[in-house]
Ligand binder design. Structure first.
Ligand SMILES: [Zn+2]
Length: 221
């Protein structure tokens, strides 16, 4: 929910509603709920007031099967009518019926949309990269992915100085995505790890939050 979106919504709906909507999105309190059989970030959809769609990452069409997509909410609440509001989270439908016996659809939350990026033709997720470094190297420090293009795709990964950058390279090269490894192997893409001071990470314009992914675009453009 950025300021611009919030403003647009305030104009349309009034400030009071913004609060409840934000709460619902952050906590998933009104959009879904986890039963005792729901593991991880799996939720049942609250079908009483919310209509949820999962749309493809690159177009406004529903995903197929359990494909990962953007979560879009519509509401038929009496005092809160929303049509196709994109909450900024990624998710996928869970087709398998829940052991608890409830028949409402289930979905799994998979992180923020801004965490997904393209490296050449490969869709990658910054959260997955962070998870690999946490699981394999017990590294829980900051991670920043910087994308550049200089005759080939370049992915710079910034980590702090507590971790061995060669180990980070191996963890990502061997444990990330097969298509990614292939790209690097065939020199269509390059992976570079750099140890940085905290002050060298790129932060968002508003405040001091470290950006997960920074796309520098194509050199010279
Ligand atoms: Zn259940």
């Amino acid at each position: 929910f950025d300021d611009k979106q919030a403003d647009a919504f305030k104009k349309k709906l009034g400030i009071k509603i913004i609060k409840s909507l934000t709460h619902g999105c952050n906590e998933m309190g009104t959009i879904g709920y986890a039963c005792s059989e729901c593991e991880g970030s799996v939720h049942h959809l609250n079908t009483a007031t919310k209509y949820m769609e999962i749309l493809k990452l690159d177009k406004d069409e529903p995903v197929e099967g359990e494909e990962v997509g953007r979560i879009v909410i519509s509401s038929n609440d009496e005092d809160l009518q929303i049509y196709r509001y994109e909450i900024g989270d990624l998710g996928r439908w869970i087709k398998e019926p829940c052991k608890c016996g409830r028949l409402t659809p289930r979905f799994e939350l998979l992180g923020r949309f801004g965490d997904i990026f393209n490296f050449g033709p490969v869709y990658m997720n910054a959260n997955k990269i962070k998870k690999i470094l946490a699981d394999k190297l017990d590294y829980h420090g900051p991670v920043q992915i910087i994308l550049k293009y200089e005759e080939k795709s370049i992915m710079l990964v910034y980590v702090n100085k507590e971790v061995d950058k060669d180990k980070v390279y191996d963890a990502l090269f061997f444990g990330c995505y097969d298509a990614f490894s292939l790209m690097v192997e065939q020199k269509l893409g390059e992976l570079i790890i750099e140890n940085k001071e905290l002050s060298e990470f790129i932060t968002s314009e508003h405040g001091n939050k470290i950006k997960s992914v920074v796309d520098m675009g194509i050199k010279g453009k």
